[in-house]
Structures are given as C-alpha cells and as structure tokens.
Design a protein around this ligand. Structure first.
Ligand SMILES: [Zn+2]
Length: 249
C-alpha cells in the first residue's frame, strides 16, 4: 500500500535517513514477516517491527501468558495471564500501529504456516526442532532466516540470506551428535534485558535484510551480558549437512 500523509509523520525518523527514505519505508510496508515464538525475544522483535511499519506480521506461538513470563516478555501485562500470547500481542501491536496487518497462529510452527509465502522468518523459539523446520523451509523457499537464543547472561544471533547465499545454513552449525540437554530459560534462568538486546538485534537484522544491507550470511554474533562483551564467530559449512550439504541432494 502506498504511504499516506499519516505515514509520512509516523515514519519521519526513517524518512530523514538516506539509507531508508521513502523507497525504504515502502519496502518495509510491503514486507511480510513471520515471527515464531512470542517469548523474551519475540516481544521486542514484534514491537520494533510493528513500530517500524513492517506491513504484514505473522505471529506463531501456542502458549498462554503465565506470571513467570512477565519478568522478561515485555508485551504482556499482569492482567493478560491466562490469555493466548498471540492474541495479547496482536492487540498490543495493532494499538501501536493500526496501519499494519497482524495474523495469528496459536499453534506450534509447522510446514503449513511456513508455506504461506513470507519474505522472511524470525526464529524467537527455544526449540531446536522448530529451528530446523524453519531453517529447511527458508532454505527451500530461498528467503532469509534470522535466529537468536539467550540463556542466563548470554545471547547469540545468526542470520542467513538464502536468496543470495546457498552454501551454509543453520543445520550446518548444529552439533548433531551432542548428547547434552539444551539449556533454556525454563531450566537455567535468564536476565530479561539480555533477551531485549538480542531481540533488538534480530529486529535490526530483519530491517537490514528487508532494505538490502545485509552481508553477514551465517556469521554468528555472541553477547556476554555479565562481562559486557561481544564476539563475532565465522561459521563453516558442513559438507554432510542434511539441508544444504551433498547429503541433501
Ligand atoms: Zn547446511
């Protein structure tokens, strides 16, 4: 939809920037982004993308708001306990920006949701199997995939621009032989703002991808909140990767 007079006011801080301007704002407005997981990462991702004017946002999460969520999941209020997260989030995002369209999927991510052609998928889950499903769908549809995780004091983010780079994917960097149980917020705890930082990085990465400013395919960023340190890690392709390696042919 073309930008209207209200949009020129609402997005004026984008329109002032040479890197975004009217053309970039129109790109954001035309974009369809699926956010999977509406926990500590998904809340800031959804808020910033809605505020930025991403035109169509899909929200996927089967869970209801619980009082233990409120320490970090900043979209929800105490009165929301017991309600579906997707319903609370849709209401909050539409109140923030009535010019966008928000669709909800109150269930686990599955291929039928991913088949509904999105321009980009954001992984805000803490579930390895869900990540692999999203990675494979994005790889096969040649759309970008932005994944992050955070636990205790630490966060990490990795993004793939499958429309331009085919030689590395999320499955390549997983240790498929690991017998270690995965740490998550429910069994190990997490500092809320670490999720906010990683979710904000995810939202920034989504905006970069939609505007065409992303060149760090498969490069992992790690954040240590206790020491206040950042680290960038170059990831390598796994030739035996079940998704993008020779075994996938
Ligand atoms: Zn791979």
């Amino acid at each position: 939809m073309p930008l209207n007079d209200d949009d020129f006011m609402r997005y004026s801080r984008h329109l002032l920037m040479d890197d975004i301007g009217e053309v970039g704002q129109q790109r954001l407005s035309d974009a369809r982004v699926l956010i999977v997981g509406l926990g500590g990462l998904g809340c800031p991702v959804a808020l910033y993308l809605a505020a930025a004017g991403v035109g169509q946002i899909g929200l996927c999460d089967p869970d209801h708001v619980d009082i233990t969520n409120l320490q970090r999941q900043v979209l929800y209020r105490t009165d929301d306990c017991g309600r579906l997260k997707v319903d609370c989030a849709k209401q909050a995002l539409e109140a923030l920006n009535p010019g966008i369209v928000v669709s909800v999927f109150p269930r686990e991510i599955g291929s039928e949701i991913l088949a509904d052609r999105y321009d980009l998928v954001v992984d805000c889950t803490d579930n390895l199997e869900a990540r692999q499903i999203m990675n494979r769908a994005c790889y096969s549809q040649e759309i970008p995939f932005v994944s992050a995780a955070a636990v205790v004091w630490e966060g990490q983010l990795v993004a793939f621009d499958f429309g331009h780079f085919r030689s590395l994917c999320f499955d390549c960097i997983i240790d498929h032989n690991s017998a270690e149980p995965m740490m998550n917020c429910a069994n190990s705890g997490v500092v809320g703002p670490v999720l906010g930082i990683m979710g904000s990085m995810q939202a920034t990465t989504v905006i970069r991808l939609l505007l065409g400013y992303f060149e760090q395919h498969g490069e992992m960023t790690r954040y240590d909140g206790k020491r206040g340190q950042w680290l960038s890690i170059h990831c390598n392709r796994n030739l035996d990767c079940p998704t993008c390696g020779s075994a996938s042919d």
